[in-house]
Design a protein around this ligand. Structure first.
Ligand SMILES: Cc1cc2nc3c(=O)[nH]c(=O)nc-3n(C[C@H](O)[C@H](O)[C@H](O)COP(=O)(O)OP(=O)(O)OC[C@H]3O[C@@H](n4cnc5c(N)ncnc54)[C@H](O)[C@@H]3O)c2cc1C
Length: 570
């Protein structure tokens, strides 16, 4: 055991028993003598916990962790994902089989799965375990999206015979945000430190940095590893717009702390995060404007034109305004105040094709893409190659191209889809490859992506003709609209389509776009077919329950089959 880790072990011994109840502080003995003869202070120390309405803690949670208000739900969240003064209950191992640097989906899955498969495993968490997804991404956004759906359903319910007196529907934004915090706290234990240690991995709370090709330092302790996984995630990209950096703008990192609905919201960017939040906040009652650079949605990504039109029209129906142009400058007319209602006032100047447009707002959301967290991690000391903004450079095994003992997963990796399920799947790939010398390839993964607007927009593989021509793949397109889908008709929601692309002249599926109320569920069938080499005719021959919107997927299969029917008259 190295000198450093021996010292750290004593520290852990002093505070905790090493028995089976790993998280139980030692109680009863005032002092004890360790085997090395050092006198250890064994006085039980009261364990601090985050407590709702504790003003000092509330200030700390806000200033250090960007979390507020400190109500019972946020206190419960923090007690799971960033306990106060957290210290591991176990002495560090002399050498770890695997250490995950980062505690989002990628770090959690890597460290827990490694431990469950018998490895000496650790996870280092600087900030909030659960990463973006739990704290400031998927979970809070989907909870708000659900609330918006409920509001839309109630507003549109007169068609179904529900009688609501005029002016009777009001939206309680405070209650919506409280429900979101409650749901997030409900999910938190799955990502909390207790869950991770329960799986057998050790947790270190602090910033980790590589100090060499096989060492990481955290809280002054050097940990040695056979394999490490960089899982440090990403953060919002802030474009270089004059006045923006000094302005009180908002990103996903603080948006979910809002306690009062902003009267006017301007969103820079028209990607997934931007559009999900645009529709949601417009439904809540904000006056929302989205600034997009391209003439149509998803143009730069080669997205489907028809899908883009349906989605833009749906968002406009819900009150979102789209402005096309580039953002010229941001002017702060009034700074942010102290209270939840004290919104700042900003002016955003957009240069459009007919001249400048000024947009005033109380909330400016920047959602113009993401950059990888690769700075100040000691990657240079570890000899791990990376590209600023883009991320760690890995090979098809998710392994660093320059240090074979270091792997990387998730949003901190260059050139992979930035999605929770991608981070999780990459983590499984890494555990398998790094600990069991396998060769599971990233190129074998088929990764669907969903935008949870209403209707949803789901894609997989080469999802549109533009994308196919960019990739140099010749395709045939099979398409079914929801206009003639009986379930969509009885639901009064016929906006949508399913397009499946096959390699020209064959039924080999290369990708799909689905726009439908639950497109996120429907795309899984196409993903499964692609992953397991089931052709489009196989989907057409798969009996789908009637009436379901999934019949649109089968409809594309039937088109393929019918186009090859033998005919008596032909
Ligand atoms: C608003 C929003 C909505 C989203 N919705 C969805 C969705 O619906 N579905 C979906 O699939 N994806 C969604 N995403 C994307 C998803 O959140 C990310 O792809 C996912 O969180 C990436 O996981 P990760 O583990 O790679 O990184 P992260 O979640 O970013 O986790 C990285 C972790 O590493 C820690 N860390 C960083 N540096 C260090 C260090 N030096 N030492 C110790 N710890 C460190 C960080 O504190 C953090 O906990 C959304 C994202 C946003 C912003």
């Amino acid at each position: 055991m190295s000198k450093r880790s021996a010292r750290a072990s004593l520290l852990f011994l002093a505070r905790y028993s090493l028995g089976s109840a790993a998280l139980q502080p030692v109680v009863g003995t005032a002092s004890a003598r360790s085997t090395s003869g050092v006198c250890l202070d064994m006085t039980p120390k009261p364990k601090s916990v985050w407590t709702a309405a504790d003003e000092k803690q509330a200030k700390e949670a806000r200033s250090k962790l960007d979390v507020w208000p400190l109500d019972e739900y946020n206190a419960a969240l923090l007690n799971q994902v960033h306990p106060i003064d957290y210290e591991s209950s176990q002495p560090p191992h002399e050498i770890y089989d695997l250490i995950a640097l980062g505690a989002g989906a990628g770090g959690l899955v890597s460290s827990k799965q490694a431990a469950r498969r018998g490895a000496k495993s650790a996870m280092i968490s600087e900030y909030l375990a659960g990463g973006d997804c739990l704290n400031v991404g998927c979970v809070p956004s989907k909870a708000l999206i659900r609330a918006a759906r409920a509001i839309r359903e109630v507003r549109g319910s007169s068609e179904f015979g529900v009688v609501i007196p005029p002016g009777a529907i009001t939206v309680d934004f405070g209650a919506i945000m409280k429900r979101m915090r409650e749901k997030r706290a409900d999910i938190a234990p799955a990502d909390g430190h207790e869950g991770t240690t329960g799986a057998g991995a050790q947790v270190f709370q602090g910033r980790g940095r590589f100090t060499g090709p096989n060492t990481i330092e955290v809280n002054g302790v050097t940990l040695q590893f056979r394999k490490a996984v960089v899982a440090t995630g990403g953060r919002p990209a802030i474009p270089n717009v004059p006045g923006l950096k000094e302005a009180p703008y908002t990103t996903n990192e603080i948006l979910f702390n809002l306690e009062t609905l902003p009267p006017r919201m301007v969103i820079l960017g028209a990607g997934v995060i931007a559009l999900e939040m645009a529709q949601t906040f417009a439904t809540f009652g904000s006056d929302v404007t989205v600034i997009q650079r391209s003439e149509r949605l998803f143009q730069s990504k080669g997205g489907d034109k028809e899908a883009a039109q349906i989605l833009q029209a749906s968002l406009e129906e819900d009150g979102v305004t789209f402005v096309t142009g580039s953002t010229k400058k941001v002017t702060t007319l009034r700074p942010r105040g102290e209270g939840p209602d004290d919104f700042p006032l900003l002016k955003v100047t957009v240069s459009g094709k007919d001249g400048d447009i000024d947009l005033d707002c109380e909330c400016l959301v920047v959602a113009t893409g993401r950059v990888a967290n690769v700075e100040d991690l000691g990657l240079e000391q570890a000899g791990v190659e990376y590209e600023l903004g883009k991320g760690v450079i890995v090979n098809d095994l998710s392994q660093s191209v320059s240090n074979a003992d270091v792997y990387a997963v998730g949003d901190c990796v260059a050139g992979v889809p930035r999605l929770t399920h991608m981070s999780g799947e990459m983590a499984k790939v890494v555990v398998q490859n790094s600990l069991f010398e396998d060769d599971w390839k990233l190129s074998s993964l088929v990764v669907p992506a969903v935008m949870y607007t209403e209707p949803e927009y789901a894609t997989v593989g080469i999802f549109a003709e533009d994308a196919a021509s960019k990739a140099g793949v010749e395709v045939d397109v099979y398409s079914a609209s929801l206009e003639h889908n009986d379930r969509a008709i009885t639901d009064s929601d016929t906006r949508g389509l399913c397009k499946i692309l096959c390699k020209a002249g064959t039924d080999e599926i290369v990708g799909a776009t689905i726009v439908a109320s639950r497109a996120g569920e429907l795309i899984n069938e196409v993903t499964l077919a692609m992953k397991h080499g089931i052709g489009l005719s196989g989907i057409g021959r798969n009996i789908h329950s009637y009436p379901t919107t999934g019949e649109a997927v089968m409809g594309c299969g039937l088109q393929f089959i019918n186009s090859r029917w033998k005919r008596l008259d032909g």
